[in-house]
Design a protein around this ligand. Structure first.
Ligand SMILES: [Fe+2]
Ligand SMILES: [Fe+2]
Length: 197
C-alpha cells in the first residue's frame, strides 16, 4: 500500500523537478538563438523553486517525516537524514545566490550569462541529487521502519490539515503559480507562445 505521505512527497518532487529541468532548457534555447530570456518568467521560476520547498516541502520532511524515521534508524541512516536536513538549510542560501546571479545577468547583460547558466546547472544538479536520495533511500527506509500508527499520524498531518499545519500559503496558490509559469515559458518547454528566432 502506498501511503498518502509518500505520494505527496513524490508528486511534489515531480513538480519541482519539472520546474528545475525547464530552467536550463530555457537558457540553452536562448543561448542557441542568441537572445535574452524573459527575465520575468525566470524570476517567477526561481521564486517558485525558492518558496515552495521552503514553505511547504522541506517543512514536511524535516519536521514531520525525518524525526519519525530518525527515532528508528541506525547511526548510518541518521547521518543520511542529517545530510538531507543540512541540504534543506543550505538550499536557502544557494537560491539567494542564484537570484543574485539572475539579477546580475538582467542588469549587466551578456557578460553575466555564462555565470548564471553555470549557477543554474549547479543548483539543479544539487537539488535533483537531493530528491533522488530521498526517493531512493529515505522513502523505502520509511516504508521499512515506520509503523501503521506512524503512517496514520503522518498521513493526517500531510493531508487535510496541512495548510494550517505548515503555516504556509494554501496549496492552491502554488498550483496556480505553477500553471502561470508554464504559460509564461515558451513552447516546447512551456505552453506559452514559441519564442521567435
Ligand atoms: Fe528534501
Ligand atoms: Fe524532498
Amino acid at each position: 500500500m502506498v501511503h498518502q505521505t509518500v505520494q505527496i512527497i513524490r508528486s511534489e518532487h515531480t513538480a519541482l523537478a519539472a520546474m528545475l529541468r525547464s530552467i536550463p532548457m530555457l537558457l540553452a534555447e536562448h543561448r542557441r538563438t542568441k537572445t535574452l530570456p524573459d527575465f520575468a518568467a525566470l524570476r517567477a521560476m526561481l521564486f517558485y523553486v525558492d518558496e515552495f520547498p521552503e514553505k511547504r516541502h522541506h517543512h514536511k520532511e524535516s519536521e514531520l517525516l525525518f524525526p519519525k524515521i530518525r527515532a528508528k534508524a541506525s547511526p548510518e541512516q541518521r547521518e543520511l537524514l542529517d545530510k538531507l536536513d543540512q541540504d534543506h538549510h543550505r538550499g536557502e542560501l544557494r537560491i539567494r545566490e542564484l537570484e543574485h546571479a539572475l539579477l546580475a545577468f538582467e542588469v549587466m547583460g551578456e557578460s553575466r550569462r555564462a555565470t548564471f547558466e553555470q549557477a543554474v546547472d549547479h543548483y539543479v544538479a544539487f537539488y535533483l541529487a537531493h530528491m533522488g536520495l530521498e526517493e531512493r533511500e529515505v522513502l523505502p527506509l520509511a516504508e521499512r521502519v515506520l509503523s501503521e500508527r506512524d503512517w496514520e499520524e503522518l498521513d493526517e498531518a500531510f493531508g487535510a490539515n496541512r495548510d494550517q499545519l505548515a503555516g504556509a500559503e494554501p496549496e492552491a496558490e502554488y498550483v496556480a503559480l505553477f500553471s502561470r509559469i508554464v504559460r509564461l515559458v515558451p513552447a516546447p518547454i512551456g505552453l506559452g507562445q514559441a519564442a521567435r528566432t
